[in-house]
Design a protein around this ligand. Structure first.
Ligand code: C2E
Ligand code: MG
Ligand code: MG
Ligand code: MG
Length: 273
């Protein structure tokens, strides 16, 4: 009976695993083709100075619409790209498209920046800097107009990453620590590696006005971040009362969220003067 059960279980198990791999394989292949055909598009979401409503920059967010019209979430295809050695090509295509589409906007207003999400493997790849240099040159924009976002989760005790980030920063690119408060929040790292921007994760924005621990933590974090040289960006602002709280709680804050604008195609961007 035990053997029979394990045979059945084994059968079911291997069936579902292979089905999963098959599904994954077909998605993997589709992703590979999409990257090759330059089908991965990029949308841009504004960063806004909360006190004035002024747009200070845009975050580039990758978009993949499949042939059947369905969108695959970047949370899914970025992970898939990372686990199947396609992230390098994906990042190349996002960087090239972002700077190609945004160069006119960035040239028009030299104080604007565009922020690109990158992974550890991108940053530590020596070819990555070469790519950035090429695209920045082609676009005729300043290096400081390019911000690289690295998630806090990927920064834990990673000496090579740290060195690569320091070099990119010395070169003139700016660095943002993304999803702050959800990873290791290594304060030593925070103080040694001077980030230009710290992006407080949406989970803390969601807690504004509640009695939760996250809300107490948000208040502490904002006080602490005021002591660093980094500019604070708060993610996921959807409602006015959240913006009001932030406005009253610390000096200069940049906000991002649906309250200020959803990610949009570069052709929809209107430059403010
Ligand atoms: P992220 O970098 O933290 O980007 C913010 C995410 O929050 C985006 O989701 C954005 O559309 C969403 N968002 C912004 N404001 C609001 C709001 O007010 N409410 C809500 N509910 N959501 C808001 P998206 O575009 O689905 O991207 C998800 C994640 O995928 C990103 O999180 C980033 O980690 C990753 N990602 C996206 N594009 C790229 C890329 O080109 N390269 C890499 N490596 N990662 C990327
Ligand atoms: Mg980001
Ligand atoms: Mg983020
Ligand atoms: Mg986030």
């Amino acid at each position: 009976f035990v053997i029979l059960m394990s045979l059945i279980a084994g059968g079911v198990f291997s069936f579902s695993v292979s089905q999963f791999i098959n599904n994954n394989r077909s998605l993997q292949n589709k992703l590979k083709i999409a990257i090759r055909r330059d089908d991965i598009k990029v949308n841009f979401q504004p960063f806004v100075e909360i006190s004035t409503g002024k747009v200070v920059g845009y975050e580039a967010l990758a978009r993949w619409k499949q042939n059947n019209g369905d969108f695959v979430s970047p949370e899914v295809f970025i992970k898939l790209a990372e686990s199947t050695n396609q992230i390098k090509n994906l990042t190349r295509s996002v960087v090239a498209r972002t700077l190609r589409e945004m160069a006119p906007v960035l040239r028009e207003n030299e104080s604007l920046f565009v922020s690109i999400n990158v992974t550890t493997s991108d940053v530590i790849d020596p070819e990555f800097k070469i790519l950035l240099e090429e695209e920045v040159d082609k676009g005729g924009i300043g290096r400081e107009q390019v911000v690289l976002e690295i998630t806090e989760r990927s920064t834990a005790d990673h000496e090579i990453l740290k060195n690569a980030l320091v070099r990119l920063r010395e070169y003139g690119y700016r660095i943002a620590l993304d999803d702050f408060g959800t990873g290791y929040s290594n304060l030593d790292y925070l103080s040694k590696l001077s980030f230009d921007f710290i992006k407080v994760d949406k989970i803390f924005t969601d807690s504004i006005g509640t009695q939760s621990v996250s809300f107490s933590m948000l208040k502490m974090m904002l006080e602490m971040l005021d002591q660093t040289r980094a500019a604070v960006i708060v993610e996921g602002i959807e409602e006015q009362h959240q913006a009001d709280f932030l406005l009253n709680s610390c000096s200069t804050i940049i906000g991002q969220g649906w309250l200020y604008g959803k990610p949009m195609e570069s052709t929809k961007i209107v430059i403010q003067h």
